[in-house]
Design a protein around this ligand. Structure first.
Ligand code: PEP
Ligand code: MG
Length: 847
């Protein structure tokens, strides 16, 4: 009979030992991949610490994994962030799947090159298979390559080794209760427990079976939630092993699980799809990715007494709390990290001054209710009304109201918010995160947000973008059941939260993040250069803005004008319309910032429907997106439009002024708006009109672009609305967000139709929807023939760089091909497949 043996591992290098905790990379220091040790090397050849098979070898040659026949798996990683060196300085001496002996040379490396070009030379040796180990070096920090370095305990047996003789005992079938299957942690618990028995132990799922003492073998089998498993044991303590391990498996191997019967359900019991068990799908609210640990954010319920004795005292309590909240919000505004954040707290202040809320609260107080009860009742009831309105904009404001309501309530009840004790790399998980919760965040600790509620336009999304943190909204409610501390990988770009990230994904993510940083630096350095393709075609890259500050920032980042000034910012979240003078002052300031050489495209008011104005009475609509919005609303209230035209016309001489009408669906709308513009210009004594164009964001306008083209000076394609109306998918619908994709060939065909019509009449076409801010879309849009891309300000350098990276003739071929494809997914795949690989990019950025 073979008994599990301890296994000695040799030092893979000579050098000095560094405690893993001191490694300046949280993935290693926090033992995300596994426990082990770190050596600051003095030699330059990495040798095998044990005999085994090369089960992993990075193409860049900086990391290698050896798997011992007993299942132990050791990862050797040379240097930190060395993946970015794209193989330079490394020479692998072995191949993947090759058998190697202990002490055999694996990789030669050029220490001088790595020391200069990477973050650190520190080399890691990690026990990925999670066996416990003890050091053999005593107190000495020095290690000599090839000398025994550590001893692994309880190394299992070869998966197929025939060992114990005799008849196998088999457990009752067990339905696996772990939500995420037997992933690394519970599998390690099971394997560890199995190693405590002398018997040979195997785990079975129908025809598959794995050595129950091998973490690697168990994980390779990928048992998922609901899989029906049996355990077999052969040997002297087989019965005890079966009893212990069956109970362990049924109890979740250390994970908390919903109770399930130990006896078997039918074998056909439908297992949950593995992909859905391992990751949760939401939508991207702020791009990027992060590896971290779950921190559940839960607001505590406050105790509120309903009745109060003295209404006068209660009214004073309310007033004091309101004043305190206003002051606190002012402080938050003063310290806001961005204009967007400042705007949110300004809106909160306005809510606190809302006469209707205050009136209702005071009425309740005068009826004998406590100030806290009265305030809470009115804010909760109003928030519910907002939520029930079916209007996305109002529904999102419900969260603001609840947030500001809590702020005042806490002041009345004298409840202090205890400072959050956040661990490092916290990923905040919540039903909803409120602006107040996210305002004072320690961004050295928080690395991302994952919420059930919210959408790409919610305040949490705006704040996440302002803080530069990745965020995913619209996740299933299961996310709220994740235990604090659970390690997760937030891939906001794909809208995914991975619950059990494997070392390869983690490493990939880190590499991608590094690449992105390098790329961003390069793009910023070159932001002021023209956006000219490699074959010499120049394109204009302008900015989507909503304020003077953004206009100024756009110029700093290489913006060549403004392709879309969303004028709504002047009108929203206030109780009366801005005066003509106020509007004129703002447009003129922006026009002055642009100067006479740059285009300034001012879009007339695009409100109504989903963006109501408090001071313009509008009937509730069953389908706001199909209702009175954009130019329709303005033509119905011509006074609003006349005033805005006059205010815009005041800046005629200051920049190359363009006026653009949103949501045009009929020719008559364009003609009527032009007539009003001409009348207002004449009344101001202007003889030349600014250029007048329309947004192409309704399919009817795209399909009839040839009819519109002779009557406009330009088109700008609003891909956000054009996509939602073409595919009949609400652009903010959390469950449709991934399908409402502007890369859909139907949208591309409408863009192509628009471009052809415009060019046939000598007019230019821009794109100002979010698609123009996606570097991946650049070859497609250039190839479809658009003349200008108007991007969100921070993305201007990346869009210009993407233009400089391509040849127009290639883009045209890509666009022709894309128009023949069947789905947005196919279009994206085509574009991704022709993108330079990360290693190429890293070389480009280094050169
Ligand atoms: C669009 O619809 O693409 C667009 C730019 O307009 P908005 O996003 O402001 O509706
Ligand atoms: Mg639009």
């Amino acid at each position: 009979m073979t008994v599990p043996q301890p296994l000695q591992l040799l030092a893979p290098l000579s050098g000095v030992l560094v405690p893993l905790d001191h490694v300046p990379d949280p993935v290693f220091a926090n033992r995300v991949i596994g426990d082990g040790l770190c050596i600051d090397p003095t030699s330059q050849t990495l040798c095998a610490p044990l005999a085994g098979v090369v089960s992993g070898l990075q193409a860049s040659g900086h990391a290698i994994t050896i798997t011992h026949e007993g299942g132990a798996q050791i990862l050797l990683h040379i240097g930190l962030d060395t993946v970015n060196l794209a193989g330079k300085g490394f020479n692998a001496l072995v191949d993947k799947d090759q058998r190697v002996e202990a002490g055999q040379a694996l990789i030669e490396f050029d220490a001088d090159h790595i020391a200069v070009h990477a973050r650190s030379l520190m080399t890691l040796m990690l026990v990925v298979s999670a066996e416990p180990f003890s050091m053999l070096t005593g107190d000495s920090a020095k290690v000599v390559g090839g000398q025994p370095l550590l001893e692994l305990g309880h190394v299992g047996l070869a998966d197929d080794a025939p060992v114990n003789e005799g008849e196998a005992l088999v457990s009752q079938p067990i339905s696996l209760p772990n939500a995420n299957g037997l992933h690394a942690r519970p599998a390690a618990v099971f394997a560890q427990a199995a190693k405590g028995f002398k018997a040979d132990i195997r785990l079975h799922r129908q025809q598959d079976s794995a050595n129950g003492k091998s973490l690697v073998a168990i994980m390779a089998m990928q048992p998922a939630l609901g899989d029906v498993l049996t355990i077999s044991a052969t040997g002297e303590d087989a019965a005890a092993a079966i009893e212990t391990l069956a109970e362990l498996l049924a109890d979740g191997c250390g994970e908390s699980v919903a109770p399930v019967a130990v006896s078997a359900p039918a074998i056909e019991a439908a297992p949950v799809a593995k992909s859905s068990a391992m990751s949760l799908q939401g939508v991207c609210a702020s791009a990027g990715s992060a590896l971290g640990q779950v921190v559940q954010v839960v607001e505590r319920k406050l105790e509120i007494a309903e009745a109060a004795g003295d209404p006068r005292a209660e009214l004073q309590t309310l007033d004091r709390a309101l004043a305190g909240a206003l002051a606190a919000l002012q402080k938050l505004r003063d310290e806001a990290a961005s204009e967007a954040q400042e705007e949110i707290f300004k809106a909160h202040q306005e809510l606190l001054e809302d006469p209707s809320l205050l009136e209702q609260a005071r009425l309740l107080i005068n009826q004998g209710k406590s100030a806290a009860f009265a305030w809470n009742s009115v804010t909760e009831a109003t928030a519910e009304l907002f939520k029930a309105s079916g209007n996305r904009f109002l529904a999102e404001r419900a969260l603001d109201l609840a947030d500001v309501g809590q702020r005042v309530l806490k002041l009345m009840l004298d409840v202090q918010d205890s400072a959050w004790e956040l661990p490092d790399q916290a990923i905040l998980v919540a039903e909803q995160l409120t602006p107040s919760q996210t305002a004072a965040l320690d961004t050295s600790k928080v690395v991302g947000f994952a919420t059930v509620g919210g959408g790409a336009t919610s305040h949490v999304a705006i704040l996440a973008r302002a803080l530069g943190l990745p965020a995913v909204c619209g996740l299933p409610a299961e996310v709220l059941a994740l235990a604090n501390g659970t390690r997760v990988l937030l891939d906001a770009d794909k809208g995914e939260l991975h619950l059990d990230p494997d070392p390869v994904s983690i490493e990939q993510l880190q590499a991608e993040r590094e690449q992105r940083t390098l790329r961003r630096q390069r793009d910023l350095e070159q932001a002021s250069l023209a956006a000219t393709t490699r074959d010499g075609h120049r394109f204009e890259v302008t900015a989507n803005i909503a304020s003077l500050a953004e206009a100024e920032q756009a110029i700093e980042l290489g913006g060549e004008g403004v392709g879309l000034l969303r004028s709504e910012f002047l009108y929203l979240e206030r109780s009366s319309a801005p005066s003509q003078d106020e509007q004129a002052a703002t447009y003129s300031a922006i026009a002055r910032a642009m100067g006479p050489e740059r285009n300034l495209v001012v879009r007339t008011l695009d409100v109504g429907g989903d963006k109501p104005l408090a001071y313009v009475t509008m009937e509730a609509e069953a389908n706001p997106f199909l209702g009175m919005r954009g130019v329709r609303l303005c033509l119905e209230r011509p006074q609003l439009l006349r005033e805005q035209f006059r205010a815009i016309l005041a800046s005629c001489a200051l920049a190359r002024l363009h006026i653009m009408l949103p949501m045009v669906s009929q020719l008559s709308e364009l003609r009527l708006a032009r007539q009003i513009l001409e009348e207002e210009a004449a009344s101001l004594g202007l003889t030349t009109l600014p250029k007048l164009g329309i947004m192409i964001e309704v399919p009817s306008a795209a399909l009839m672009a040839d009819v519109f083209a002779p009557e406009v000076d330009f088109f700008s394609i609003g891909t956000n609305d054009l996509t939602q109306y073409t595919l009949a998918m609400d652009r903010d619908h959390p469950r449709l967000a991934s399908q409402a994709d502007s890369f859909h060939p139907s949208v591309l065909r409408l863009i192509a139709t628009t471009v052809k019509a415009a060019h046939d009449h000598g007019k230019w076409v821009g794109v100002c929807g979010a698609m123009a801010s996606e570097p991946l879309a650049v070859p497609l849009l250039l190839g479809l023939g658009v003349d200008e891309l108007s991007a969100s300000v921070p993305l201007i350098p990346a869009i210009k760089a993407a233009i400089r990276d391509v040849e127009l003739r290639d883009c045209e071929a890509i666009a022709r091909h894309a128009l023949t494809l069947e789905s947005a997914g196919q279009v994206r795949e085509t574009l991704l497949s022709r993108r330079p690989s990360p290693s190429t990019l890293s070389l480009v950025s280094e050169s």
